[in-house]
Design a protein around this ligand. Structure first.
Ligand SMILES: [Fe+2]
Ligand SMILES: [Fe+2]
Ligand SMILES: [Fe+2]
Ligand SMILES: [Fe+2]
Length: 424
């Protein structure tokens, strides 16, 4: 079974765009517009399709470290945060076995040709791909490309030309001027950008058990977890627990990989939930609770756009459904919920109870299992799964479960030598 990795990258990027829009007021689909512009500019400069695929993935993920950066900002000064998000963003794309060259492409996306950027590099001393992202990113922040009337095209082009050797490298200016026409403006508009991205960004297909799928899932889990200081290990640990359970159930390698991906992506929709609601220490209002309860629907909407992920999308978005139909957001019951959906529900409860939250301290394995058994007695969760988990998780509740080998090798090498932005 294969999956469209490029579509999954775009699904995760959609969630990132929502965050960036909230934080910096850039129009939604910012990452997609930057990626479409970069792909078009890269082709004009003669890049091959493999490098265009790598560049457009970097462009979609250029600000993927913003969730980490946002947490970092609360503890450190803003300026350090700016260049740190370049370092962590590069590390994020390095986790993916990209089909082409991505060295330094995210790391240097805040450089300027005149050497006044984040690391003070001058034109010629940072990669062309980084220069293209820098130009596209800056233009999308400075101009309303999501709905810009065609009559402003001359102004936009004149601005691009005037920045040659200053903000933008000469390569980037030449490429930008060759792609910025009325047709491109039309393609970038809000009503068209999703379809444009689907059409102009190169397809990237991988097997379900390939490192590309595992590492992308591990990266997505990390981005989701960094949204809140309270959930820094949540998705990553659920994915690792799911991997363990898949082995216990004697799943085929492909079935185990699918379960891992579903677990890693289950809270993708939470990226769109406002932080002040996620971290509210007091009781939630009915309206706030309704917003929280809707996050699996967000997971469903984003994953439904990815070819090859149909089952994964269903399992991931059913993780808050209960056997008696009282779960959310779909209210499905035992007749509709298969083993993996039931398992993810139990793993989510287990991990949540093991974590400290604004409203409860972390609890150990025994206490967590008592809560789960109580829920099984009430007919909410599957008693057989609860029993199986008791045996499997016993040795792991106090420690972090290791990731699958397909994910850990890359994670270990990419993380070595870099300090974590936040102490554990
Ligand atoms: Fe950035
Ligand atoms: Fe950006
Ligand atoms: Fe959830
Ligand atoms: Fe969760």
């Amino acid at each position: 079974m294969t999956i469209r990795v490029d579509q999954l990258v775009r699904a995760v990027a959609t969630a990132l765009d929502i965050i960036e829009g909230d934080m910096f007021g850039v129009g939604t689909n910012h990452g997609k517009r930057v990626a479409v512009l970069c792909a078009a500019m890269g082709r004009r400069l003669g890049m091959g399709e493999a490098d265009v695929a790598a560049l457009s993935t970097c462009a979609l993920f250029h600000d993927s470290a913003l969730t980490e950066y946002m947490l970092y900002l609360t503890e450190q000064s803003g300026k350090a945060g700016l260049y740190l998000h370049c370092i962590y963003g590069q590390r994020n794309v390095d986790l993916l076995p990209l089909p082409g060259d991505a060295a330094g492409v995210v790391l240097y996306h805040h450089e300027r040709a005149d050497g006044t950027g984040a690391f003070g590099r001058r034109e010629g001393n940072f990669p062309v791909g980084a220069a293209l992202i820098a130009a596209a990113d800056t233009l999308d922040v400075q101009f309303p490309l999501q709905n810009m009337p065609g009559r402003y095209l001359d102004k936009l082009r004149a601005h691009v030309a005037s920045e040659a050797g200053k903000a933008f490298t000469r390569d980037a200016v030449e490429a930008a001027l060759s792609v910025l026409d009325e047709d491109m403006l039309e393609q970038l508009r809000s009503g068209h950008i999703r379809e444009t991205a689907e059409r102009l960004l190169p397809p990237w297909i991988a097997g379900m058990e390939d490192a590309a799928a595992f590492r992308l899932a591990a990266l997505a889990a990390r981005i989701i977890d960094y949204k809140s200081a309270f959930t820094r290990q949540h998705s990553v640990q659920i994915a690792n627990r799911a991997w363990l359970m898949g082995g216990y159930c004697n799943y085929t390698p492909e079935g185990r990989a699918q379960l891992y991906l579903a677990a890693a992506l289950h809270d993708l929709g939470k990226l769109a939930t406002p932080l002040h609601i996620l971290e509210k220490p007091g009781p939630l209002t009915a309206e706030e609770f309704a917003i929280i309860k809707d996050h699996p629907r967000g997971t469903h909407e984003m994953l439904a756009t990815v070819g090859g992920l149909e089952d994964i999308c269903r399992w991931a978005s059913e993780h808050h459904e209960k056997l008696d139909g009282t779960g959310y957001p779909f209210g499905r019951n035992a007749d509709a919920l298969d083993y993996n959906s039931r398992l993810l529900c139990c793993l989510d409860i287990y991990q949540g109870v093991c974590e400290s939250r604004p409203y409860h301290p972390r609890r150990g394995h025994k206490e967590t299992m008592e809560i789960l058994r109580g829920m099984a007695d009430k007919g909410l969760v599957d008693p057989d799964i609860v029993r199986d988990m008791d045996g499997c998780m016993e040795n792991w509740s106090e420690r972090s479960l290791p990731p699958p080998p397909q994910a850990s090798e890359a994670v270990d090498s990419a993380l070595s030598g870099l300090p974590d932005p936040l102490p554990a």
